[in-house]
Each structure stands twice: as structure tokens, then as C-alpha cells.
Design a protein. Structure first.
Length: 338
């Protein structure tokens, strides 16, 4: 049974977190916190948990972390057999794949238990494990920007994109630094159960439901503008006016900057161009309206500033991967209708 097929069943979707010596407590905790707080929003079973999250290791027992305390893991790799999703966090300890160590027979055997149709995801330098196991061959991957050069040296045949927060190859996913694991988990929840469920989890956790841009905005570099200069107010204003055309000149004026300075500053803060950011925000608003209202696609297009249904359909498919009709049918039921 595929992971997607299991998601359509009544029982919670099993998420197995495979930890190794040197695991980072934050990465382990965020998987449990995010998936563990996802609940059915409506209908039969409203309020019930959507995921069953379990921690496992190659052998049950104490596992050292990169902090001053160990964790006790009750489960061995056998729980992976029934998992629809397997998450591999990073590990900071000599001898692990991140530090040039081999995959090792025990870890290889554990990964071999991932059943056909299940998906596997890495957090931070956990991507080294997936790469060493051959799971990233022919796929695009990411990892923490500080480890990008080491990753390229060890796996020169793989396509690495150190600029994004996560990659989604369908059944194999990778994410950047620790906090990008939050983005990845929310992305999976959104993919599985829609924007409303993911937004509810984000609210419970007090994190943004979606971060635009990539890792570039977190790399230390000199900022030429005066201290305090920011495009945040312009972005907030744009979100309140998505139903109408928003020009670059308007945004720059609201930040008291020239267009050139605003564009440069915007890229530094958001990790993408103002135009791309606006498109993504409009698509995200359309997601919510498709889930929560019965408005026709052409009407929603006007509500979110795309103007025409054709424009919304094109941008929505480009960002989400499916048409608005298929998306609405998936998360509201019924037949796709565009």
C-alpha cells in the first residue's frame, strides 16, 4: 500500500523517526510536535490524530544526543516495516555519514526495511545518510548550507541545491538546517491533508505555515542598507491587498526605498523576488479558499489577484503541481471541476 493510499484510511499514518548517536534533540522533537499535533478538522472523527509518530534506532536502548543527555529509544528498526513515512534526522558524532563515516550494515539494514510506496525524508545533514544509501541517485537534494561543500565532495554525482529550504521528490524528500525540518513537516502535512490542517498545526506551534525563499536569507553577509531598513511592512500591506494589482513601485514607496534598493533588500530578506513572492502568496490564499469555500475558480482568481481563471490555473499548477479543481476535490471531496 502506498503512503498516499494509507492516508485515505481511517487509521493514523505511521511516521517512524530513525535516530542515531549524536541526534539533535530539536530535530527529533519537532517531528513529534508537528505531526503529533495534526488533527482531523471536520467530519467523522473530527479532532482525532492524523499521525502516529514513533522513534526507533538500529537497536533499542539509550542513544546519546549532541547535548548533555541521552534519550531512551524503546523501538528497534522493526517499526519501519509498518511506517508510511520515515524521517532521518541529522547526527553530530564521529563515524556517522555526515562526518565521512560509512553507512554501516545496521543502518543500511534499517533503511532496507522501508516498504515499497512509503516515503523517506531527511532533516539537515540527514541527507548524507540518504545519499550514502543510494536513495538520492537521480534526484535533487538539499542539506545545510554549511555542509554543502562536504556533500558535493563525497557525492559529486548527485544534484545538490543548497539554496532551498527543502526538496520534494515525491517519495524522497530532504530539508536544510534544523528549523527547515519544520518547513518540511508542514509541507508534508499540507500535502497530505491540505492547507487548513497545516495552518492549524503551525498556529499551535507558533510558527509560520509557509516560509518563502531559501537558505540564502540566513547566510551571514553584509547588508548595505541602513540599520532598521526592512520590507516587512510592504509585505504585510501586500497581503492585505492581494485582490488587486500590486506594483513594485508601490511596494518600494511603502518602504521609502528606490525600486532598485527595495528589490535588493527584498531578496535578502525573503530569499526571492517580489514578483515570485506575490505569486506564491496568491496561490496560498487560493488554496485556503478552495478548501473552505464553494466559490468558482474564476471568482477565486479575482479574490486573490490573478484576474482570470486561466491565470490562476497556470500559477496554481506551477506551484502546487495539480489543478485547482483536483486540489479542491482532494481536500473537499467530489469530482474535480475546473
Amino acid at each position: 500500500m502506498s503512503a498516499d493510499a494509507e492516508l485515505r484510511r481511517d487509521r493514523p499514518h505511521r511516521v517512524a523517526v530513525l535516530v542515531r548517536p549524536g541526534v539533535m534533540p530539536l530535530e527529533l522533537g519537532l517531528v513529534h510536535q508537528l505531526f503529533g499535533s495534526a488533527r482531523r478538522q471536520s467530519g467523522p472523527g473530527a479532532g482525532s490524530l492524523l499521525y502516529d509518530v514513533v522513534t526507533c534506532a538500529t537497536e533499542p536502548g539509550p542513544v546519546p544526543t549532541n547535548a548533555d543527555f541521552p534519550i531512551h529509544v524503546s523501538h528497534g528498526p522493526e517499526v519501519i516495516d509498518a511506517a508510511g513515512t520515515v524521517v532521518v534526522p541529522a547526527a553530530e558524532q564521529p563515524g556517522q555519514p555526515e562526518t565521512g563515516g560509512p553507512l554501516g550494515p545496521a543502518l543500511a539494514a534499517a533503511l532496507a526495511r522501508v516498504r515499497p510506496g512509503a516515503r523517506i525524508a531527511s532533516i539537515c545533514t540527514g541527507a548524507f545518510v540518504l545519499a550514502a544509501a543510494g536513495l538520492l541517485d537521480g534526484r535533487r537534494a538539499t542539506t545545510h548550507w554549511q555542509s554543502a561543500d562536504a556533500f558535493r565532495r563525497r557525492f559529486p554525482h548527485l544534484e545538490l541545491d543548497p539554496h532551498v529550504l527543502f526538496t520534494d521528490g515525491g517519495d524522497v524528500l530532504t530539508s536544510a538546517g534544523e528549523a527547515a525540518g519544520i518547513d518540511l513537516c508542514l509541507h508534508l502535512i499540507r500535502r497530505d491533508h491540505g492547507a487548513a490542517v497545516a495552518a492549524d498545526v503551525a498556529r499551535r506551534t507558533v510558527v509560520p505555515p509557509h516560509r518563502e525563499g531559501g537558505q540564502a536569507q540566513y547566510v551571514a553577509q553584509p547588508v548595505p542598507e541602513a540599520a532598521g531598513a526592512s520590507t516587512a511592512a510592504a509585505r504585510e500591506w501586500a497581503l492585505e491587498h492581494l485582490d488587486r494589482p500590486v506594483s513594485l513601485r508601490e511596494l518600494a514607496d511603502r518602504s521609502s526605498m528606490s525600486v532598485r534598493t527595495f528589490t535588493r533588500r527584498f531578496r535578502a530578506e525573503a530569499g526571492c523576488s517580489p514578483g515570485r513572492w506575490l505569486t506564491r502568496q496568491r496561490v496560498e490564499r487560493a488554496r485556503v479558499l478552495l478548501e473552505e469555500t464553494d466559490r468558482p475558480v474564476d471568482v477565486i482568481a479575482g479574490d486573490v489577484g490573478f484576474g482570470t481563471g486561466a491565470s490562476l490555473r497556470a500559477h496554481f499548477r506551477d506551484v502546487v503541481g495539480v489543478s485547482p479543481g483536483v486540489y479542491r476535490a482532494t481536500f473537499r471531496g467530489g469530482m474535480p471541476h475546473d
